[in-house]
Design a protein. Structure first.
Length: 177
């Protein structure tokens, strides 16, 4: 069974690309020219969203390096101790909505420090998979299509992230705690 799954995962993308090329040739579509045209549009989109990405990266760096994150963790530490939520995971919980690469770095650090089978490692992994980089998504995708009114999307996204973090904590605590 493992060999079959490995073969499928190895050949899925090449077969898919072959099918797309064959379909394009069958329909007499200029495949290479279409690809180049799409790449040009993608490059233009990248240029349009670059200021939004830079602003988001600067904001995340300022938040982490200014000490505000440490102040927040110290302020909520009594509550965390009361509900048995590991304070080591709070930076991940706070930054997951903002930055994917930053939260992945935090998760990797927690796993290397505490181990993948520890409560902290499992909780960090579950939070990483149960939440989204909401502010990043809003910045990049809404910025790319020039949507300015994001208040409902922001509220729903942040509520969903919060629920994902709470559900992660409850499930990891019940299953592994």
């Amino acid at each position: 069974m493992y060999a079959l799954i490995s073969a499928i995962s190895l050949w899925t993308i090449p077969i898919l690309l072959g099918v797309i090329l064959a379909y394009g040739l069958y329909k007499k579509i200029p495949v290479y020219e279409s690809f180049i045209s799409g790449a040009k549009q993608g490059f233009g989109t990248t240029i349009k969203i670059m200021p939004h990405l830079v602003a988001m990266m600067v904001a995340v760096t300022l938040f982490r390096e200014s000490g505000v994150l440490d102040i927040i963790i110290k302020a909520i530490n009594p509550l965390l101790a009361f509900i048995h939520f590991p304070s080591e995971v709070v930076p991940l919980a706070l930054l997951r909505s903002v930055t994917g690469s930053g939260s992945l770095a935090i998760t990797s650090d927690l796993i290397s420090q505490f181990g993948p089978d520890s409560l902290i490692g499992r909780l960090a992994s579950t939070i990483q998979g149960s939440s989204e980089t909401t502010l990043y998504v809003l910045t990049v995708y809404f910025g790319a299509v020039a949507i300015r009114n994001t208040k409902y999307a922001l509220k729903v996204g942040l509520i969903a992230d919060f629920i994902g973090i709470v559900a992660s904590f409850i499930i990891v605590s019940l299953v592994f705690g």
